[in-house]
Write a protein that binds this ligand. Structure first.
Ligand SMILES: Nc1ncnc2c1ncn2[C@@H]1O[C@H](COP(=O)(O)OP(=O)(O)OP(=O)(O)O)[C@@H](O)[C@H]1O
Ligand SMILES: [Mg+2]
Length: 240
């Protein structure tokens, strides 16, 4: 079952927020999700400690660089999806997790400086791809860039320009952006899933839920069909 790792050596890129959104959205569809919280600060273990995780989601946090590959393989046996949140460095554990993943999401904020940092994540991905190619010459590790914390109102010129730069370089980017939303922060303050927050607690909850659903749906589509097809379909739909 697919293993999706969230990778960016840049601290604060949105790995924990976007991985938890994906995991909880999929788990609330009834899928069994194993969440591997491989960040030594264990933000998702803390999030789950009040019992706010969906019934079908388990959080595994006692992993080390020596056993993360085995723990991922073990989790794969018992779940429909394995989602891995990693620390914001280029530590060895990150390389091990990438090598055990089927798909890597690279979250980045929509500024030029952040996008340059995403380049360090691509290097890590390529390095693990080359290791795998020694045994399996045609192997390609699938990945996609996810813009996070983007402005709600309009797409900024920065983000539009960076999208184009990535496209020109052949780097796949999710159509969906995770917008800057209070609800995405509130998940951590209240230690609940988005669907268990209330309108009294946080503004624009329905918009955040829509955004989270669209993101999860796009990831599932991309896993099933591949990036190019999904991006083309969405572009065609938008043109109609
Ligand atoms: N879409 C979003 N809307 C609002 N706030 C967000 C969003 N994404 C991330 N944040 C906030 O940005 C900060 C960094 O996000 P997060 O912790 O998810 O990044 P990270 O890449 O996991 O960081 P680290 O490298 O430290 O693990 C947090 O305060 C988080 O609440
Ligand atoms: Mg994090």
């Amino acid at each position: 079952m697919p293993v999706i790792a969230f990778v960016s050596p840049k601290g604060g890129a949105g790995k924990t927020t976007s991985s938890l959104i994906l995991a909880t959205q999929i788990a609330e569809l009834g899928q069994r999700v194993a969440f591997i919280d491989a960040d030594p600060n264990h933000p998702v273990k803390t999030w789950a400690q009040d019992g706010g995780a969906p019934e079908t989601m388990t959080v595994i946090s006692d992993v080390t660089e020596d056993d993360i590959d085995d723990r991922i393989d073990e989790a794969r046996q018992h779940s429909n999806f394995v989602i891995v949140d990693l620390e914001g460095t280029a530590a060895t554990i990150v390389a091990h997790a990438i090598s055990a993943a089927d798909f890597v999401v690279v979250p980045t904020q929509g500024s030029q400086l952040d996008a340059e940092q995403a380049g360090r994540a691509f290097k890590l991905i390529r390095a693990q791809e080359r290791v795998a190619q020694r045994h399996n010459p045609g192997f390609k590790l699938r990945f996609g860039v996810l813009f996070t914390r983007t402005a709600v109102a309009i797409q900024s010129r920065d983000t539009t320009y960076i999208r184009k730069t990535f496209a020109d370089a052949g780097i796949p980017v999710f159509n969906t952006e995770l917008k800057e939303r209070a609800a995405f922060k509130a998940m951590f303050s209240y230690r609940r899933t988005l669907s268990k927050l209330t309108k009294a607690e946080v503004s624009n909850l329905d918009k955040a839920l829509d955004n989270a659903n669209t993101f999860a749906a796009e990831v599932l589509e991309v896993l099933k069909k591949g990036f190019q097809e999904v991006t083309q379909e969405t572009t065609q739909e938008a043109a109609q």
